[in-house]
Design a protein around this ligand. Structure first.
Ligand code: ADP
Ligand code: MG
Length: 558
């Protein structure tokens, strides 16, 4: 029996494929399981229009079997199978996707469940196997065929026996060498992990024989290994379920299962969008800050799924930096993937989704702030600094998105307040939003500079973090009210004291000139203060930068 060679270009392409398309070997299983799922889907679609065909979900499954001793891994499906011609066409031609043709021929517009489209995934098997054998019997056929290949030198096809319709893909797993080990792909726990990771939401059961150590019957200290067939995947992704049927606990469990964090999520956001771009998303606002959050080790991003199949574990483009604390996933049918399905071809869809998601996160945070203040304060305690950085970074490009999410400690309320709350209760004669900077609330309370403003009955925002004032300077104003440091030269408060002090300034000119001379390098001017009540003297900043900002700037490396 002659061997049919791959065409020359195909040979090179195959080598390229096997060695450079995928960054991780383990995805071979994702690809083979995707094909199996597609094959079952095809029967499902056929049954929709063919009255003689019944689709009983119980009959359809995918099975993964590992035989360690023989180094054989088998992926079996009860799908539509392949005829001899289809084996040649689909597996003998690289980049020929039978699934894509199927979608076109059957005019399945909404056949978005069928995953295949590039006609290369199958060859990923050669990353881990020296020999790949495919035994297949097509729906409506009595004959079965065996396709076999060792990679780039071609394939053989011969007739064989197979009792049921479907396909078996048999991999002879490569021998491990000193540099490379392939043994993991025969280990039960590892296979389970890979299935869970990439194929958890394949809609048909993926079964495996799993060894469980159990107490021997009638004994309380003797154990035995029992082999049990288990379904590994959870099949229906939580984000495709009806929101009304899901409880808070379901979302919490999912958060934990996914290991998004060890805490309980503070809030979940379940989004289903069916507009110009379709996607589902489950997003979480964590309660606690991850230990590495403000370090360079922290990687932001959401999981990205295409049709229930994991494409990227941390897609950073989906989250702006100021919401980098958000965890969760996005699943979309409308992504144009590149050939390895690890990356996207266009980022237009992604940008749209990202924009959309950002809006949802913001509105969710605002409603938390409005309706569940205590929860919001918890959130703000953990991630508020990131929002302030967000206002400041990128030259304030995001300040309008973020300004309403900011909160600062108020001298009057003795708790965190929003800028809106501050401005809405400003007395009519108050021109500015006043703030004072210092290391702690207690220290600011004692600042002489706060006296005059407080005496006027005005509220003061306390800034205790270095970023606070930088962020506020970037904002410039809120609802047309400018921010003003209590230590700035002109506080904008007209009063009797103002006129009084001007008079005193002229009267005491000689004294002040003398003091200025003595303090020559340390101060720019000595004047009668308009703001002191009980303190004899205070320092105030002249010009644009407050004393605290000066300290920060001076401490910055050049
Ligand atoms: P894709 O899935 O992107 O189409 P693959 O290289 O993974 O590309 O598979 C090529 C083609 O081979 C598929 O489109 C399908 O027609 C066929 N095929 C692969 N595996 C199976 C299977 N288990 N059952 C039926 N057909 C299959
Ligand atoms: Mg495929």
């Amino acid at each position: 029996m002659g061997k049919t060679e791959f065409k020359a270009e195909s040979k090179r392409l195959l080598d390229l494929m096997i060695n450079s398309i995928y960054s991780q070997r383990e995805v071979f299983l994702r690809e083979l399981i995707s094909n199996a799922s597609d094959a079952i889907d095809k029967i499902y679609y056929k049954a929709l229009t063919d009255e003689k065909l019944r689709f009983d979900p119980e009959d359809y499954y995918i099975k993964v079997d590992a035989n360690k001793d023989r180094r054989i891994l088998t992926i079996t499906d009860t799908g539509i199978g392949m005829t001899k011609e289809e084996l040649e066409k689909n597996l003998g031609t690289i980049a020929k996707s039978g699934s894509l043709s199927f979608k076109n021929e059957n005019e399945i517009k909404d056949g978005h469940d069928i995953i295949g489209q590039f006609g290369v995934g199958f060859y990923a098997a050669f990353m881990v196997a020296d020999v790949v054998t495919v035994i297949s019997r097509s729906l409506g056929s009595e004959e079965a065929y065996k396709w076999e290949s060792q990679g780039s030198d071609g394939y053989t096809i011969e007739t064989t026996e197979k009792e049921t319709v479907g396909t078996e893909v048999i991999l002879k797993i490569k021998e491990s060498t000193e540099e490379e080990s392939y043994d993991e792909f025969l280990e039960e726990y590892r296979l389970k992990d890979i299935i869970k990771k990439y194929s958890d939401f394949i809609r048909y059961p993926i079964k495996m024989d799993v060894t469980e150590r159990k107490l021997k019957e009638g004994s309380d200290d003797e154990y035995e290994d029992i082999i049990e067939e288990q379904t590994i995947n959870s099949m229906v992704p939580i984000w495709r379920k009806n929101k009304k049927e899901l409880t808070d606990e379901d979302y919490q469990n999912f958060y934990q299962e996914k290991r998004y964090g060890f805490d309980k999520p503070l809030k979940h956001i379940h989004v289903s969008v069916d507009g110009t771009i379709r996607y589902n998303a489950i997003l979480y606002i964590p309660e606690n800050r991850p230990v590495d959050y403000y370090s360079q080790d922290y990687e932001k991003g959401l999981e990205l799924y295409s049709n229930g199949v994991l494409i990227m574990e941390k897609c950073s483009d989906l989250l702006p930096d100021h919401f980098s604390f958000v965890k969760g996933l996005v699943d979309s049918e409308d992504l144009s993937l590149n050939i390895s399905r690890e990356m996207l071809q266009h980022d237009r869809q992604l940008k749209l989704i990202a924009k959309n998601i950002s809006k949802k996160i913001k509105s969710q945070l605002l409603s938390l702030q409005r309706d569940e203040r205590e929860q919001y304060e918890k959130f703000y305690d953990a991630f508020g600094r990131q929002l302030k950085f967000g206002v400041y970074n990128e030259f304030g490009a995001n300040k309008d998105v973020l300004k309403d999410l900011l909160m600062f400690y108020s001298s009057k309320e003795k708790k965190l307040v929003t800028l809106d709350e501050y401005v809405s209760r400003m007395p009519e004669d108050q021109k500015y939003i006043y703030y004072a900077t210092g290391d702690s609330y207690e220290k600011i309370d004692k600042l002489p500079q706060t006296e005059m403003v407080a005496d006027k009955g005005y509220e003061i925002l306390y800034f205790t973090e270095e970023i606070d004032e930088f962020a506020i300077r970037m904002l410039v104003n809120y609802n047309d009210k400018e921010f003003k440091s209590v230590s700035s030269g002109d506080l904008g408060i007209d009063s009797e004291e103002t006129k009084e002090s001007e008079k005193e300034d002229t009267e005491n000119k000689d004294l002040f000139d003398y003091m200025k001379e003595v303090l020559s390098n340390k101060v720019k001017d000595v004047r009668v203060s308009k703001r002191l009540k009980t303190h004899p003297v205070c320092l105030s900043a002249d010009g644009d930068i407050s004393i605290e900002m000066e300290k920060v700037i001076n401490a910055m490396p050049d």
